[in-house]
Design a protein around this ligand. Structure first.
Ligand SMILES: [Zn+2]
Length: 130
């Protein structure tokens, strides 16, 4: 596009300027102007390339962050599943049902409702799972 326009202008100059020195001078001016434009364009292109590569870097960073978040989410989901290893308890005193986390070392639990101590029998719970 630019090349065609350049040729067109040079042809116009050649057709309209009779004096050879004037023609050469005009051609040189147009060429200088075109070159400085191309130079500017090159600089702008370089600047955009720089900006684009900066954006690509940012996107790569963000993708990494996203991967990390996904990983963390997966891990916390696994963790939640572990934490969901709970057992339903029915209080023998007031029949309140509640959940406690599985812990075979824990031998008793306090009912959140009537505050009575309930003895735990993990063996039975484990049998239920089978
Ligand atoms: Zn109770």
């Amino acid at each position: 596009m630019l090349g065609n326009k350049f040729k067109e202008i040079i042809t116009n100059l050649e057709n309209h300027i009779q004096d050879k020195n004037d023609l050469d001078y005009a051609k040189k001016q147009v060429t200088d102007l075109t070159m400085s434009f191309l130079d500017e364009l090159g600089k702008i292109e370089e600047l955009y390339d720089h900006k684009i590569s900066h954006c690509v870097e940012r996107i790569t960073d963000l993708e990494k962050e996203l991967d990390k978040l996904e990983e963390e989410q997966n891990m916390s989901m696994n963790h939640t599943e572990e934490a969901l290893d709970v057992e339903p308890i029915t209080c023998p005193y007031c029949n309140t049902r509640f959940l406690i986390e599985f812990n075979s070392k824990q031998k008793e639990v306090k009912c959140p409702d009537c505050k009575n101590i309930i003895e735990l029998d993990w063996e039975n719970f484990e049998d239920d799972d089978m």
